[in-house]
Design a protein around this ligand. Structure first.
Ligand code: SF4
Ligand code: SF4
Length: 378
């Protein structure tokens, strides 16, 4: 990451809340046509979801104990409580406003941010993409949201107010979550665009809450994930939507494998949340320590690379895709291929920005010709 470049992008062209983007609205339209899973899950957990949403929406009105805990640093207590509640990892950072969506800049309160990570059960990955895996991830997010409420109660019981910043399923998403998770040392970004934590890999879900309780801050940790990803690249090669750029691009100040969100979200909506890039990641399957040990012990081999148990997946209507196969999306799937499916079904025109489209097409040209224009695509 180039911090000065990041700031330049944030001030000149801040990113809105994802839920307010055309890409997201398009996802909802796709879901309505193709996949009723979200509705099914919402129906099944209706009362729990309503309770979660009510509690999150009323965060600043909830009662706070009159006496504040006089401790100079509540971070150890908060982490101990988070662990007892079932969070796999918890970190604390200063609530730097630069990742807050512009719509909410005037609404955010408090300067300390608790970022907590929960596990999505490993069993949910075996059948990705499927109804079962989708519902298992939904349940994990709901459980994580309930833990966030319990954390809020704990801090209010200590005399400190709480604002929920990011609680999936509760409609609360005031800021991007991944930069803070990295800052808090919970992991690093993988080539699949997800946070890879040392405990669950990408098989995790995050919540964030802010408070003015005094807490010491954590620091980012280099777990070696960026280097591992460059050797591994399984997710890039296995992504059925060809949505992960094969070359790293400079995206808003960060050198990364960029997700083509149009391609990815079309897959997410059509194939039960997709999530193949999580399933095939060796870090979620075997754990970071084991993958690193194997890498060192084998002179540079990535654990599970090429193995059917890691790389294989089945897709509705496409059959089993072993390590050497990826599904193809042709005329039968929609006009001239995957990107054209939206037009065929009357979904509004893609929102892909010019720069995002360029990143994709440049990546495609590099694959074909082996020539690279350089790291910067903007
Ligand atoms: S969710 Fe599916 S389409 Fe999107 S990046 Fe992951 S594997 Fe690719
Ligand atoms: S599959 Fe490999 S390249 Fe992709 S995120 Fe996991 S470790 Fe990184």
């Amino acid at each position: 990451m180039n911090p000065r470049e990041v700031l330049q992008y944030i001030s000149a062209s801040p990113e809105p809340d994802f839920h307010n983007t055309v890409v997201f609205r398009r996802l909802a339209l796709w879901r309505e046509r193709y996949d009723a899973l979200q509705g099914e899950a919402e129906e099944e957990f209706r009362s729990e979801l309503e309770e979660l949403r009510r509690a999150v929406a009323s965060d600043l009105e909830q009662e706070v104990a009159p006496d504040r805990d006089p401790g100079p640093d509540l971070a150890p207590q908060v982490k101990e409580r988070a662990s007892r509640l079932g969070f796999a990892m918890t970190g604390v950072v200063r609530f730097d406003r630069k990742w807050v969506s512009p719509e909410y800049r005037k609404h955010v309160r408090f300067n300390n941010l608790v970022v907590a990570l929960s596990e999505v059960p490993a069993a949910a990955m075996d059948s990705v993409p499927s109804r079962e895996s989708y519902l298992a991830a939904f349940r994990a997010e709901l459980a994580s949201g309930k833990r966030a409420l319990a954390m809020g109660d704990f801090l209010r019981g200590k005399g400190y107010p709480v604002q929920y910043v990011y609680v999936p399923l509760a409609g609360r998403s005031l800021a991007l979550v991944h930069p803070y998770a990295v800052e808090a040392g919970l992991g690093q970004m993988g080539a699949n665009g997800q946070l890879l934590s040392p405990v669950e890999g990408s098989r995790s879900t995050l919540v964030m809450l802010s408070t003015d309780a005094p807490m010491s801050y954590d620091k980012p940790v280099d777990y070696g994930i960026n280097r591992l990803c460059e050797e591994c690249r399984i997710c890039v090669e296995r992504c059925p939507g060809r949505a992960l750029s094969e070359v790293k691009v400079n995206w808003r100040g960060v050198h990364k494998h960029k997700i083509n969100s149009d391609r990815c979200l079309s897959m997410v909506a059509r194939y039960s949340g997709c999530n193949v890039c999580t399933k095939v990641c060796p870090v979620q399957k075997y754990g970071l320590a084991e993958v690193m040990d194997h890498y060192r012990g084998s002179g540079g081999q990535v654990l599970g690379k090429g193995a059917e148990e890691l790389e294989g997946y089945a897709m509705d209507g496409k059959g089993f895709q072993g390590p050497a196969r990826r599904p193809r999306f042709g005329v039968a799937d929609g006009a001239k291929g995957f990107m054209a499916m939206a037009d065929k079904w009357g979904v509004p025109v893609p929102s892909t920005s010019a720069s995002e489209a360029r990143a994709y097409w440049v990546g495609r040209r590099v694959r074909k010709t082996g020539k690279n224009d350089g790291a910067t695509m903007m």
